[in-house]
Design a protein around this ligand. Structure first.
Ligand SMILES: [Zn+2]
Length: 418
């Protein structure tokens, strides 16, 4: 605890060389008139003695809110003149850094606000400064990239940042810290970036999790020779459910829209795709069947109407089961047994699974996935929504770093003026 003896201290001015001369309440803001004055220090240039000279024309400094009002300080700064070299210097204060128009307190607040997912214009209006000042502050943030080490477990993904443009993102699986964001996901871009790391660092990577596309696999092998590749579990399930859904639609289209089969397949797709162990036991009013039945009974009726769906449904459910029970052998055994008599949709998906067997087995057996990175991508979407005018990718990237990396570890960013 600290006693506050002066008004200057109360409103947040720590510099004892500043004295208030007048405070005016305007309709929209508070205006503080103050002077900065102290005993002349030695000359910067020749170490000679200085004397007090005149005051500089007051400079206008946006300040933090006082009593709920935006405020500005008109600060008159003392000038000194050297007796030997005659050079004139201006007094200095911790309130504003040299060559800076915004007070330190406002700058600190601005940095804090930049950590949130708020738009630049919103931050500017909150602090009663121009959006350009906020923009410049953002530009001054620099991130030190450390090419000496890499985390053991890395997640890779992409996200869209402009219409039709995909960016690349890599995250530390354990700390959720963003390792890098690249403005495109071309293999050469990614390769060149990771080749900046020492070979020893790349050899330390033990696991890389990645989506189902498989496009990155050869590159990952090259960059991280000791890493196990894990295809994302969520994407594996997504591929399966897509195959079942397309099968449902294909069967549905064999019927006329007015037929019961058509309507049953159309309206109960949710039950068909749902993990059967998670189906509700509550009866509901199924209008298509004109009865109150449970979801399970509803499915039984659909299979009675369209027996062809039953085989695919059972296969799908069984594969989901093996996936959850982490039984790789049963998962791939089942695929081998069934593959020859399946439709085109299932064949395509399951052949892909066979091709990537090692990486899917890793997904089944290891506790890693892209789930955390998907969550990060959702946050990035938030930032993007609030960020009109991030035409400059670099600023967008900085904003993401500030919002996602700094909140956890405030030391990794430095303002170049600090
Ligand atoms: Zn001098």
């Amino acid at each position: 605890m600290e006693h506050i003896n002066h008004t200057t201290q109360l409103i947040g001015i720590k510099d004892k060389h500043i004295t208030l001369t007048k405070v005016m309440q305007h309709k929209t803001h508070i205006e503080v008139i103050a002077t900065l004055d102290y005993a002349p220090p030695k000359c910067h240039h020749c170490k000679g003695r200085q004397m007090k000279y005149d005051f500089q024309k007051p400079s206008k400094i946006p300040f933090i809110e006082i009593g709920g009002f935006p405020s500005l300080i008109r600060l008159k700064k003392r000038r000194f003149q050297c007796k030997s070299c005659r050079k004139v210097t201006v007094s200095e204060t911790s309130l504003v850094k040299k060559n800076c128009q915004v007070s330190e307190l406002v700058r600190q607040k601005m940095t804090l606000l930049l950590l949130n997912r708020e738009s630049l214009t919103h931050i500017a209006s909150k602090l009663a400064i121009s959006p350009y000042t906020v923009y410049r502050q953002l530009q001054q943030c620099q991130f030190q990239e450390d090419y000496a080490s890499l985390p053991e477990i890395i997640s890779w993904d992409e996200f869209s940042y402009q219409k039709g443009k995909l960016a690349f993102i890599a995250q530390d699986f354990n700390t959720k810290k963003i390792i890098t964001i690249l403005d495109n996901r071309r293999q050469t871009t990614i390769r060149n970036h990771f080749f900046k790391y020492a070979k020893e660092a790349r050899n330390m990577v033990k696991v890389v999790t990645v989506d189902m596309s498989g496009a990155y696999i050869p590159l990952i092998k090259k960059l991280f020779p000791n890493a196990k590749i894990v295809l994302d579990r969520f994407h594996i399930v997504q591929h399966l459910s897509r195959a079942l859904n397309q099968t449902r639609i294909q069967l549905m289209k064999q019927y006329d829209t007015k037929e019961l089969e058509y309507r049953a397949l159309k309206y109960f797709s949710k039950f068909i795709l749902k993990d059967s162990r998670k189906l509700s036991l509550k009866p509901f009013c199924a209008k298509t069947f004109r009865e109150t039945i449970t979801p399970r009974e509803c499915l039984r009726r659909i299979f009675k109407l369209v027996p062809e769906l039953k085989g695919y449904y059972d296969l799908y459910q069984l594969l989901l089961f093996h996936l959850q029970e982490k039984n790789t052998e049963h998962f791939f055994g089942l695929i081998q047994d069934e593959l020859s008599h399946l439709n085109k949709m299932f064949k395509t998906v399951l052949n892909t699974f066979i091709r990537y067997k090692t990486y899917i087995a890793n997904a089944i057996e290891l506790p890693y996935s892209n789930a955390k990175l998907e969550a990060t991508n959702k946050l990035i979407k938030d930032i993007k929504r609030n960020a009109f005018g991030y035409r400059n990718f670099d600023n967008f990237k900085k904003r993401i770093y500030l919002a996602l990396n700094i909140t956890k570890e405030k030391t990794t960013f430095v303002s170049s003026r600090a």
